[in-house]
Design a protein around this ligand. Structure first.
Ligand SMILES: *Cc1c(COP(=O)(O)O)cnc(C)c1O
Length: 374
């Protein structure tokens, strides 16, 4: 089968290999058969292995997009009388605050600028002055801007005050090398369509088994979205409590084979190569990034719209899209930006090909090259 190859430069779902796409085409199977549980058991171990957890960590699979993990981690891991401390410095941590508000969870929100590293002393002071905090939550890589948070340092502070750390690693997991022990991470999470380059509909939380077991007695705030419930069901039966995304799990199985074949360091080197090619094109065309490169994770470039009367994002997007390249709007208030992301099964040459098309798109729209800013 010949499948058209699109280059997705949006922040997920990512470009996948044909072998991962084709892995979804399998004989029909009832997911309650032992054969199917036999796929998920090693998958759970592989997902822990990616972030170098030992037997003290486990992973729990869910059917849903990445946001389901934010929801589940926040609502399931807060004990009665405890408060959630959330570092808010981007649209994904804002989403986490929204989740807390929707559940009515007591929330200590630490607002920080979205374009620079957070002030660690503010986080420490909050922990010092409030013994009722249950956990600290931070987004590892803010995908809206490309900001990398100092998770290891934040985890160290959390641990010093006897709290555990939850981090949303959805846009870093299986891309940036993560070691849960060294990085002071108690819980992290991701979704199959991002780092492992699988399909949408499967997400997972990787975290400390003893804390999950303790959470058995925490308040149950959701019937469907509860971490302990799903964990216990997996431990007892090897299955998801409710119907799993069957074909997506077959694709994830193949994606994990390819992940370990490529290897952690070579994969991160490839993403870095892709980002360097993205940056080379940005510099050549005179484009401006919203964040300084030294605070970025190196996986997302948020680019400011040029000040050109002929600039029209939709027009540029459509021109590129028709030629197989997808670019994506930004997520910054008061500032027009678009994003180019280094996720997925792509390499340097794809970015070179993209910039040639993008340059044509600018010319076609009548935008001056190099681009201008006021
Ligand atoms: C993609 C992403 C998510 C999940 O978003 P969904 O649209 O629910 O898949 C969560 N957190 C971060 C940081 C992300 O990049």
């Amino acid at each position: 089968m010949n499948i058209k190859r699109n280059i997705l430069l949006n922040p997920g779902p990512s470009t996948t290999t044909d072998t991962v796409k084709m892995a979804q085409v399998v004989p029909d199977i009832c997911p309650r058969e032992k054969e199917f549980a036999g796929i998920m058991a090693p998958m759970r171990e592989d997902l822990v292995r990616i972030v170098h957890g030992g037997s003290d960590y486990t992973s729990v699979l869910f059917c849903g997009s990445g946001t389901i993990c934010i929801d589940i981690a926040l609502n399931s891991l807060l004990d009665e009388g405890k408060k959630a401390l959330v570092i808010n410095n981007g649209s994904y941590s804002e989403r986490a605050c929204d989740v807390c508000r929707y559940y009515g969870l007591p929330l200590v929100e630490i607002d920080q600028p979205i374009d620079e590293k957070p002030d660690l002393s503010v986080i420490e002071n909050a922990l010092k002055s409030d013994p009722d905090i249950g956990y600290v939550y931070v987004t590892y890589h803010e995908t809206g801007t490309g900001l990398l948070n100092p998770v290891r340092e934040i985890g160290e502070i959390a641990h010093r005050y006897g709290k555990f750390l939850i981090t949303d690693t959805t846009s870093a997991y299986a891309m940036i090398p993560i070691n849960v022990h060294e990085d002071n991470i108690d819980f992290c999470m991701a979704s199959a369509q991002k780092g492992i380059m699988g399909m949408t509909g499967l997400s997972y939380i990787v975290g400390r088994r003893n804390i999950i077991e303790k959470s058995k007695d925490f308040p149950k705030r959701s019937y469907y979205c509860n971490l302990y419930m799903q964990y216990e069901y997996f431990e007892k039966t090897g299955e998801m409590h409710f119907t799993p995304p069957v074909q997506t799990i077959y694709a994830a199985k193949q994606a994990l084979i390819e992940y370990f074949e490529e290897g952690e360091e070579p994969k991160w080197a490839r993403h870095t190569r892709v980002m360097n090619a993205i940056r080379a094109g940005i510099d050549e065309l005179g484009l401006h990034e919203a964040l300084s490169r030294d605070v970025q994770a190196g996986l997302v470039a948020a680019i400011e719209y040029p000040d050109d009367p002929n600039w029209d994002f939709d027009k540029i997007h459509d021109y590129c899209y028709e030629r197989g390249f997808t670019i994506y709007p930004g997520k910054m208030q008061n500032k027009g930006t678009f994003r180019l992301c280094a996720l997925g099964a792509i390499d340097e040459q794809d970015i070179k090909d993209f910039w040639a098309v993008f340059k044509d798109a600018l010319k076609n729209a009548g935008v001056a090259v190099p681009v201008k800013y006021m």
